[in-house]
Design a protein around this ligand. Structure first.
Ligand SMILES: Cc1cc2nc3c(=O)[nH]c(=O)nc-3n(C[C@H](O)[C@H](O)[C@H](O)COP(=O)(O)O)c2cc1C
Length: 198
């Protein structure tokens, strides 16, 4: 234990692995919170394909602790372990469905369910397009049991100049959705004209 409360970051196998990486980078070294990382086997593939062969090793080094996807007996699988909230970024449809319908056969989905049962924030950056009715119904189900669905969408109103800026904005927005006062992003990251509270 570091004495810091945990934040769980789950990375599943949807496109957009760089967003999960950026969230871990933004949280790493935070004096108030310790990052607990869980990466699905599919995400290991997307990380390698989209970010680079060394991405997983870099991520694991950044996190306070990384947990095996299969390790359903580790600390963050328990509601008594002190965690402030969890972000799944990106969140695949498969992981969304498992969380929505309580199929908790791996650590990522189990840890997500723990956030919901303990009434903590669970932010899901669901990434798929287009969406069929089953996807939409599953998002409704996840919302009804307490998750926040926050698809990774560019803030076009901020006129991002690069993909890195888009990723920064999405990552910072996801962290803000945890609603933890110590993690408020510096003013201006996404507060464009007319976007107050957006
Ligand atoms: C390169 C690549 C991109 C993918 N993109 C998506 C995606 O955007 N959304 C999605 O739901 N699944 C996507 N998939 C499929 C998931 O990886 C697959 O459904 C996997 O079983 C998800 O497992 P997980 O939820 O345990 O990570 C992608 C797979 C690959 C290899």
């Amino acid at each position: 234990m570091s004495g810091r409360q945990g934040i769980v970051v789950g990375i599943s196998g949807a496109s957009g692995a760089a967003i999960g990486v950026r969230i871990v980078e933004l949280l790493a070294g935070n004096p108030h919170y310790a990052v607990h990382l869980v990466v699905s086997p599919a995400a290991e593939r997307t990380l390698a394909a989209e970010v680079g062969r060394d991405a997983l090793a870099r991520l694991r080094a950044l996190a306070f602790r990384h947990h095996l996807h299969s390790d359903i007996g580790t600390a963050i699988a328990s509601g008594s372990f002190p965690v402030a909230g969890m972000i799944v970024a990106p969140c695949s449809i498969r992981t969304l469905s498992a969380i929505a319908w309580g199929q908790l056969d791996n650590l990522l989905t189990r840890a997500a369910d723990v956030q919901l049962k303990e009434r903590r924030r669970l932010v899901l950056l669901v990434r798929e397009s287009p969406l069929h009715l089953g996807h939409l119904r599953t998002m409704l189900q996840a919302t009804e049991i307490g998750a926040i669905i926050a698809p990774p969408m560019p803030a076009f109103y901020l006129k991002p100049q690069s993909l890195d800026e888009v990723i920064d904005q999405i990552a910072a927005r996801a962290i803000n959705l945890l609603d933890l006062p110590e993690l408020r992003a510096p003013a201006g990251i996404w507060s464009g004209p007319g976007s107050e509270g957006a």
